[in-house]
Ligand binder design. Structure first.
Ligand code: GLA
Length: 654
């Protein structure tokens, strides 16, 4: 067997090295190779798998839509309030537009019955549960039956720890579980299989939000634990410090819950929503574990807080795909800065969430919501952007602290465009055809999705954007890349299976609001959400322009070295890119090899490249290939110092 032939059998560099070094016979060498390849397959995260690894179980091909009780009612939720909002969703026609999930948040739990560990609900608040056949054990089944009969799906809330967030934070104990310390342990911890089976199989829920305060707020020094109210659970998660977080342990628990849900709902009719606010570096791994994942702490009805939540997700488009979405938290339209006196802000909130492919979960008491706000929830053209089946979260085409232009590629090739004025003064914005990756010598037709006004421009147009306004359009033009798409236009098809981040750190680019939990007491909000330096569309991992040896790339994927991207290909014949170490790298010494695989087979490999060397072109035939994998490999362990660029990476030729 020739050296070349052996090499082509291998997808793993290390095994190749072993064989070469040992200078063994051909037969022995191939035996070593086969064995090492098998080992490498399991041990080497950069080895190609030939399969898409992001989460696809459940029913989240598009982001979930519906209603949640928390923003409007917090712990005072009851059946009448829930059903009142559900009825309005039905009567107003919102149900027909996709608002399907009616979700109960915290506040429904009475206690855990110690004899059998069964969770008891607050029957006095949910009178339909009195219809349960076992009078001693009220069941939510009649309640979920009622919602199902109305055409809805039903959602429930729990916590990954022993206790929930209201138990950690509520000022009074009025709406909290009652009884002994053990009876008040209503969270999933140590009860995962039992509780999940009850929620999904016995009670008929279709959606669960799993919160995380139980893993973080009940350490031995917490005031409530010290006061004897709760048993201590050594925190494994800290929103303010990733180094005080056991990421693997947190991940393990959430995976366990996912598996339990899949067992209890074998038909796959469920949504699994993670709620740990960007802690434990969840912004990087939730895409493999559940259907939606909170990227930040709670939204409040304040403009500054909207910015925080928006920023926590906006640069993370590559981490969202059909089946698993970034969740910047529920809509707060209907209160504070987003009430009927703030239509501009309310519309911005809705438009931005749609561009992010966020879950559209209404958080208002719809029994009292004025029609002007109901019309916002009901804007079918904007809902269609959020629910577009391609599942491409918007990419930031123009970025600044004042104005952002977001572009989202839709399934039919149209673009959605949002022009967001974050600031407090009106501003002029130049929207350019090239920002949409359209040719600037051909007309671009745009339709304003609020006013339905149409406009055509060539090259660029000037838009006057009011303070806090988001203009939102659907656009059609002539593509600069005529016969395909840049990968950065298709984040829904690109999964950073391994993003190279070895030391997650807080993201300093997220707006920090003065509206913190403690007013302006103390030192203020610190950068806290981990995930800085991950894979980015049209940007280097730390926000710089993509550049290789001083040449700029307007389109491309920026990622750290020792990474593996999975790219879904449904119809294209050619994959091309120009690769190299990005100029933003501080490591000028280590070399990087770029390898392209098609359905697990090596299609191309570059020579070793280091900082300052010109980009190397790769062009391969991917006809019939379902999954392209892009690996950037180096001997370094300091991945953070070595960002790499897949410049102009594109699938073309259908
Ligand atoms: C946390 C979550 C909120 C809500 C409350 C309930 O703060 O982030 O969305 O579920 O808990 O206590």
């Amino acid at each position: 067997m020739s050296r070349v032939r052996i090499k082509s059998l291998m997808n793993d560099k290390k095994a190749w090295g072993i064989c070469d070094m040992k200078k063994v016979t051909t037969a022995a060498c191939s035996a070593i190779l086969l064995c090492s390849a098998a080992q490498a397959q399991s041990a080497d995260p950069l080895a190609p798998t030939g399969s898409w690894s992001a989460y696809t179980a459940g029913r989240a091909a598009t982001p979930p839509m519906g209603w949640n009780s928390w923003n409007a009612f917090a712990g005072t939720v009851d059946e009448e309030k829930v059903m009142g909002s559900a009825q309005r969703i039905l009567d107003s026609g919102l149900a027909g537009k996709g608002y399907r999930y009616i979700n109960l948040d915290d506040g429904w739990m009475a206690k855990r019955r110690l004899s059998d560990g069964h969770l008891m609900l607050r029957a006095e608040k949910f009178p339909s549960t009195a219809a349960s056949s076992d009078k001693e054990t009220p069941s939510f089944k009649p309640y979920t039956d009622k919602l199902h009969a109305m055409g809805f799906k039903a959602g429930i809330y729990s916590d990954m720890g022993r206790n929930t967030c209201t138990q950690a934070w509520a000022a009074t104990d009025e709406d909290l579980p009652k009884g002994s310390v053990a009876e008040r342990e209503v969270g999933l911890h140590d009860h995962i299989d039992q509780d999940i089976d009850m929620y999904f199989r016995e009670w008929g829920f279709d959606y669960i939000k799993v919160d995380g305060c139980g893993l973080r707020d009940f350490g031995p020094n917490s005031a409530k634990v010290k006061a004897g109210l709760h048993r201590a659970l050594t925190p494994i998660m800290d929103l303010g410090a990733i180094s005080r977080t056991d990421v693997a342990a947190v991940q393990k628990l959430f995976r366990q819950v996912g598996k339990a849900i899949e067992r209890s709902r074998p038909d796959g009719d469920f949504i699994y929503s993670l709620c740990i606010w960007g802690a434990a570096n969840v912004r990087a791994w939730a895409k493999d574990v559940g259907n939606t994942s909170r990227t930040s702490d709670d939204i409040t009805p304040a403009w500054g807080r909207l910015l925080v939540n928006f920023d926590s997700a906006v640069h993370r488009g590559l981490y969202a795909h059909p089946g698993s979405w970034n969740d910047p938290d529920m809509l707060y339209i209907g209160a504070g800065d987003f009430d009927a006196d703030h239509i501009t802000e309310a519309r911005s909130h809705f438009a931005l969430w749609a561009m992010l492919n966020a879950p559209l979960l209404i958080g208002a008491d719809l029994r009292k919501t004025p029609d002007t706000l109901m019309e916002i929830f009901g804007n079918a053209d904007i809902i269609a952007l959020d629910q577009d089946v391609a599942g491409n979260q918007a990419t930031v085409a123009y970025d600044s602290n004042d104005v952002q232009i977001l572009i989202k590629t839709l399934n039919n090739g149209d673009k959605a465009v949002a022009v967001f004025n974050r600031g407090s003064g009106a501003t002029d914005v130049n929207l350019q055809a090239t920002q949409l990756k359209y040719r600037d010598d051909a007309p671009v037709e745009i339709t304003d999705l609020w006013t339905k006004k149409q406009l055509s421009f060539t090259k660029e147009t000037k838009l006057r954007v009011a303070p806090r306004e988001t203009m939102i359009f659907r656009a059609r033009g002539t593509r600069a890349l005529a016969d395909g798409f840049y990968l950065s236009e298709l984040p829904g098809k690109v999964n950073p299976a391994v993003d190279g981040v070895t030391r997650p750190i807080a993201d300093p680019t997220i707006f920090r609001t003065a509206y913190g939990w403690g007013g302006t007491r103390g030192a203020g909000d610190r950068p806290q959400y981990a995930g800085w330096g991950g894979a980015r569309a049209d940007s280097a991992p730390y926000g710089q322009t993509l550049q290789i040896a001083r040449k700029t790339y307007q389109s491309g994927i920026g990622i750290l070295v020792n990474s593996r991207l999975e790219v879904r290909n449904d119809r294209y014949r050619r994959f091309a890119t120009k690769v190299g170490v990005d100029d933003s790298a501080t490591d000028k010494t280590n070399v990087v090899t770029f390898i392209v695989y098609g359905d697990g087979k090596r299609l191309a490999e570059t020579r070793p490249l280091k900082w300052g060397m010109p980009a190397e072109p790769i062009e391969v035939d991917v006809s019939g290939v379902k999954l392209v994998e892009l690996v950037a490999r180096s001997a370094t362990t300091e991945n953070e110092a070595l960002p790499v660029t897949w410049g102009e990476a594109a699938l073309t030729g259908s």
